[in-house]
Design a protein around this ligand. Sequence first.
Ligand code: SF4
Length: 382
Amino acid sequence: MGKLKPAFGIYIHWPFCAKKCPYCDFNSHVQDSIDQGQWLEAYLNELRYYASEASDRPVTSVFFGGGTPSLMKPQVIEDILTEIGRLWRCSDDLEITAEANPSSSESQLFQDFRQAGINRLSIGVQSFNDQKLQFLGRLHDAAEASNAIETAANIFDRLSFDLIYALPDQTPEDWRQELGAALKLTQGHLSLYQLTIEPGTAFHKDRVAAADEDLGSELYEITQELLDQAGLPAYEISNHAKKDQESRHNLVYWRGQDYLGIGPGAHGRLTHNFQTEMIHNYREPGKWLELAQTEGTGQQKRTPLSAEERRDEIILMGLRLAEGLSADHYHTLTGTDLASSLDQNRLQALENEGFISFQDNILKAAPAGRQRLNAVLAHLLS
Ligand code: SF4
């Protein structure tokens, strides 16, 4: 692992969807009328607010997430990108991703997004099985999902789509078939998430159960086997890519680098002289909008991370990655030594169990450790 390049990302949160999915705990809302002009003004205000202190960092990625950003007007996207270009120096290979849903996709919209500056699309497909799409409360069917991918592939050089697995009645054979369909359509990046039932969701209220742990593990193993064979190994627990197709924006998070969060509920990290601050915006869209319009930002709190909190989050993120966390990178981020930040007895015990390795100055979760990362981290960092 060579020295990692500096990176700085900007995340823009669009909090609206055409319908709320029953498993979703993201900050997403259904609202009849949205004044996109007001939202644009608020986004621009918040960008300017942060540019006053972070404009010296070249931007390497912009990510429009949600919600369903494919419901944004292309002109709004273009105006946001123009302002980012005015306020910051952007890298030559700036990655600009938007999330899209198949039901809000059509050829013209994708063309307009490309024209507005988007150069990578991430489509919320979730399944290639109509019954499962219904269970997940999605507005599209499998044919629309395939069409959206094919249409997008003609317009965007870089493209990803998501699938959800470990649904209650899913069999290994079902999942193999879905992965087979995905591998026929993929352009080089897939995000594959296990269903989790989160508090506050309709599934949680209705006591829907995800697949049990054993089935979940079996489906995870199948995922690794088929995707490895196809040349899209996991570069992160749930994300698979061909070489150079990795999401540069998400790598910013997993590599513990700085980013801005713009929009309701968005969060960011800014570091000055090795002191990292955690920044959170108000989650409620109306509240954020009003504050960003009147005060220039919908920021709710800004908290310096202690050395231990910062260590924990860098390790927590770094161990999600197949590349792991190098002592060199850790030093670049914190100015401190990784080995002496760790409890050697605990580290040794996890190495002996085959869950983790710390070789050639790189701390890495072994495949067995990545599958039970929460337990590994709880032991390593407690
Ligand atoms: S489309 Fe995405 S963000 Fe919107 S409710 Fe469904 S899962 Fe959540």
